[in-house]
Write a protein that binds this ligand. Structure first.
Ligand SMILES: Cc1cc2nc3c(=O)[nH]c(=O)nc-3n(C[C@H](O)[C@H](O)[C@H](O)COP(=O)(O)OP(=O)(O)OC[C@H]3O[C@@H](n4cnc5c(N)ncnc54)[C@H](O)[C@@H]3O)c2cc1C
Length: 472
């Protein structure tokens, strides 16, 4: 069976609004292939734009029966939602419904909904929700990988608010997964969800805007900019302050080399969900370090991802990779930032790259028992991130080498404690993404039940296990 016959074969089975793009030279096809990153970009044989859940079910059944590889695509921010000529893309962007139940404080979200769209709808209805930090990441894929949010220190991860999902699986077709229906599958969807099917809809808990520290739901953001000579002092302060962070605060220490002089600068940016006086008290040590620039604004929940808009643009060669730490180490932080500053000084082509560390109080996330979700990083209180970024493919390997070396320096010393964020990387070994042998065993068992042929990501767990051991 050839993929070229897909339009012919499925004619009559798909909804009127479903379309199949097969001409790679057409504007529509090209437009769909524009991704957040051009790293590893491939051209598929077709792009199937499924307009309904039923379309998804029909297309997945067809692909499984005919052994045609395919990949569902959300916002295209990962490196793995791309496929070559032997397969097709299952595009879900037409499925945009957001249905808020104010009474129950829940929302039903379809697979095409973007983070910003949901944040705007939730705010209009008087609620906030644990969504990712980038406007055009799609809500569902981010949630399936854990769903870390700026409001996670208060309301938990996306998966801690996840109530149920509708999933088209390879073996059982369309099913519901929730704590009461297919609970094992629901467990897997909470952190390892991208490997178990196409999730067409999720129901997620909402929280009143007033839980963000003010009746109108508005909250404070602060930025502090420091020069390179202040990095050591800032790192020491951050290590000290991070030991007693209130849940109301989430922060990012970001090093970038912006124009006009492209010298590395350190920015501490804070979102604070509480009164200004409390914020100023907690942040006093950062004010005391005499930043070269300092700003503060008050914003509403629908604007929460706006500060990362410059990172969210499509095009160029880039990715996000990260390692988790249980505690911030001032030495590692300062050395890492110096390493970055030297790299951008030496190689102007790396100037768009960045490194950063997000820091927060993990106690809210730790209220959820570790074994209750496939996600296993509730003891992490800082994610150290590398963001290699170049404009052209030729220089990208250099940026990648630096990013790997940077993360190598900041990883936990004990190999057992090395943590990798599933939403950022599939390159690192599975036990770093899914800690605990029992967790991987459970995921493997579930994979055998729900996707024995590996229709959805095969290399998802331990590369070594999966490359040498077939799941049968
Ligand atoms: C700038 C930036 C900021 C980010 N911020 C955060 C953050 O704050 N918190 C966080 O947790 N993560 C964050 N991430 C990581 C992001 O959540 C993941 O990369 C996510 O998977 C990307 O979502 P996407 O919509 O772009 O998906 P894609 O790249 O399109 O898809 C990601 C994976 O999910 C699969 N997939 C897509 N749709 C579905 C579906 N409906 N059902 C099943 N599988 C599906 C794809 O096949 C692919 O394997 C960020 C990434 C970037 C680049």
């Amino acid at each position: 069976m050839s993929i070229s016959t897909i339009s012919q074969d499925l004619k009559g089975s798909l909804s009127p609004n479903c379309s199949i793009l097969v001409d790679p030279d057409s504007d529509a096809f090209k437009d769909h292939l524009r991704r957040w990153s051009s790293v590893g970009l491939q051209t598929p044989a077709a792009i199937v734009k499924a307009a309904t859940e039923q379309d998804v079910a029909v297309v997945v059944k067809y692909a499984v029966e005919h052994s045609i590889p395919f990949v569902p695509v959300g916002g295209g921010h990962s490196l793995w939602s791309t496929i070559g000529q032997d397969g097709f893309i299952l595009d879900l962007s037409l499925q945009k419904a957001i249905e808020i139940d104010k009474e129950a404080a829940t929302v039903k979200i379809q697979a095409g909904v973007l983070t910003k769209e949901l944040n705007v709808a939730a705010t209009e209805a008087g609620f906030c929700i644990a969504t990712s930090n980038a406007r055009s990441v799609r809500v569902i894929p981010a949630l399936l990988g854990g769903g870390f949010s700026s409001i996670s220190p208060i309301h938990g991860l996306g998966i801690d608010n996840f109530l149920s999902a509708r999933v088209v699986t390879a073996t059982h077709g369309l099913v519901v997964a929730s704590p009461t229906e297919n609970p094992d599958l629901f467990w897997a969807l909470q952190g390892a969800g991208q490997a178990f099917g196409v999730v067409t809809e999720v129901t997620v808990k909402l929280h009143p805007l007033s839980t963000l520290g003010a009746e109108d739901g508005k909250f404070w953001t602060f930025t502090f900019i420091y020069g390179q000579e202040q990095v050591q002092a800032v790192a020491e302060t951050l290590e000290r302050v991070s030991e007693t962070l209130p849940r109301e605060l989430i922060g990012m220490a970001l090093m970038a080399a912006p124009p006009p002089n492209f010298k590395a600068l350190l920015e501490i940016s804070i979102q604070f969900f509480g009164p200004e006086e409390q914020a100023r008290h907690v942040l006093a040590p950062f004010f005391d370090l005499n930043p070269v620039n300092q700003t503060q604004t008050r914003i509403s929940f629908d604007q929460i991802s706006d500060s990362t808009d410059h990172l969210d643009k499509k095009g160029g060669y880039k990715y996000l990779s990260s390692t988790g730490r249980r505690k911030i180490s001032a030495t590692k932080l300062a050395n890492g930032f110096r390493f970055f500053a030297d790299a951008v000084d030496k190689h102007p082509e790396l100037r768009k790259s960045m490194v950063g560390t997000s820091f927060y109080n993990p106690s809210r996330m730790q209220e959820v028992p570790d074994e209750s979700t496939a996600w296993g990083h509730r003891n992490i209180s800082a994610w150290v991130m590398a963001f290699p970024f170049t404009e052209d493919a030729e220089t990208f390997p250099l940026a990648e080498d630096y990013a790997r070396e940077f993360l190598g320096h900041v990883r936990e010393e004990d190999p057992e404690k090395i943590a990798s964020f599933p939403n950022h990387t599939r390159e690192r070994p599975a036990h770093e993404r899914y800690p605990g042998a029992w967790r991987l065993e459970r995921l493997h068992a579930l994979k055998r039940e729900w996707d024995p042929k590996g229709v959805f990501p095969q290399d998802f767990f331990n590369h070594l296990m999966y490359r040498t051991q077939k799941i049968e």
